[in-house]
Design a protein around this ligand. Structure first.
Ligand code: PMP
Length: 398
């Protein structure tokens, strides 16, 4: 008998489990389209030039590592505010935004979830169907009941927007609605600006709380274009939550650089909100780590490095779009009869391919092409060397 006798084995993370299977696969042509990570055309995880330049400058002038403030590096928080809301925006200038550095986008979601639970313990949380796996778990672990709103329309390979609006309209006031600000994970389908207006109308009319998850800013149409949805919510006078992740946009996955921003009604209210966010942080991990935040702050706030980052991010975005087109063309060339052009209307790092679980299993076992059982493939891991094999393999199982 031990303290842990009754402890059950938790299920393995499905995506990390896929990684293990990939690592053990001897197929020389194997391709990992399972994880949400951007690889360059050589199949390598990029180390951005802007990051290297910022790190070099830091190494040339080494500094001691004291504790950071609970809410992180001030220059970082201000850089995030400027990026997400606009440096010259009224909402930032009037001091209505509280931003805290977080341990990745996941940390931003968790801080927001814990704060919301204190604010409105009986609220329900709605996530998209389907959504990033961790959304449900994060909000459940914060103590919420989590349900979903309709999103993906598998039959039409589109968004069930009417269903989404109907589900949001039926939600009780105070319900927290988690929305993907851009580059929906896992489907790759985003709603249009006009559809966002409609969502905002319902959020406002029903008194819902919008929590925008911005994990891919810059991977859709551009930094400003992808950020425009935030300004729409602000213009509607809503108190919103925005989590930010720089894991992908800076290729700094392991540094865990993210943020949470909350929009209050005035400066005084924002200060009270910030004080509560700090309590959440203090009682979880005290204060954030230094390095990643310092790198991102240096890049965001230095015009030269900032321009370099935007160029490098632009390259990633353009390359993903080119691979989407190559995938569509390659599938056609490989003999796929059905129209696969939906792949180029999807946006961001993922494509819901529409393939069944059986087809995905065959792709793995017979061809070494790894995607999730739901049919999600990371198009940001395609490159000029693996694309032919991927197209031929998909053609063989369709
Ligand atoms: N939200 C979404 C939609 C994501 O896809 C991810 C990363 N997979 C995150 C949040 C978390 O980002 P991070 O790795 O920075 O915690």
């Amino acid at each position: 008998m031990s303290l842990f006798t009754a402890v059950e084995m938790a299920p393995r993370d499905p995506i990390l489990g896929l990684n293990d299977q990939f690592a053990a696969d001897n197929n020389p042509n194997k391709v990992n389209l399972g994880v949400g990570v951007y690889f360059d055309d050589n199949g390598k995880l990029p180390l951005l030039q802007c990051v290297q330049a910022a790190e070099k400058a830091m190494m040339d002038k080494p500094t001691a590592r004291g504790y950071l403030p609970i809410d992180g590096i001030a220059a970082y928080d201000n850089g995030v505010k400027a990026l997400v809301f606009g440096a010259e925006s009224d909402v930032v200038k009037s001091g209505r935004v509280s931003t805290v550095q977080a341990v990745g986008g996941t940390g931003g979601l968790k801080i927001g979830a814990d704060f919301l639970k204190k604010l409105n313990p009986n609220a329900k949380v709605l996530i998209s169907d389907p959504s990033w796996e961790n959304h449900r778990a994060i909000f459940q672990n914060a103590g919420f009941e989590v349900d979903s709103y309709k999103y993906y329309d598998a039959a039409n390979r589109a968004i069930n927007f009417e269903g989404m609006i109907a589900d949001l309209s039926a939600a009780a006031p105070g319900t927290v609605v988690v929305l993907h600000a851009c580059c929906h994970n896992p489907t790759g389908y985003d709603i249009t600006p006009a559809q966002w207006d409609k969502v905002i109308e319902v959020v406002k009319a029903k008194g819902l709380v919008a929590f925008l998850d911005m994990a891919y800013q810059g991977f859709g149409y551009g930094l400003a274009e992808d950020g425009a949805v935030i300004a729409k919510f602000v213009a509607a006078g809503l108190n919103i939550f925005v989590s930010t992740s720089f894991s992908k946009s800076f290729s700094l996955y392991g540094e865990r650089v993210g943020a949470l921003s909350v929009v209050a009604n005035d400066k005084e209210e924002a200060a009270r909100v910030l004080s509560q966010l700090k309590i959440v942080i203090r009682t979880n991990y005290s204060n954030p780590p230094t390095h990643g935040g310092a790198v991102v702050a240096a890049v965001l706030n230095n015009p030269e490095l900032r321009a370099q980052w935007e160029a490098e991010l632009g390259e990633m975005r353009v390359r993903i779009k080119a691979m989407r087109q190559k995938l569509v063309d390659g599938l056609k060339a490989a003999g796929v009869q059905q129209d696969m052009s939906f792949i180029t209307t999807q946006i961001g790092m993922f494509s819901y391919s529409g393939l069944s679980k059986d087809q995905m299993v065959r792709l793995r076992n017979e061809f070494g092409v790894y995607g999730t059982d739901t049919g999600r493939m990371c198009v940001a891991a395609l490159n000029s060397k693996n694309i032919d094999h991927v197209c031929k393999s998909i053609a063989a199982v369709i």
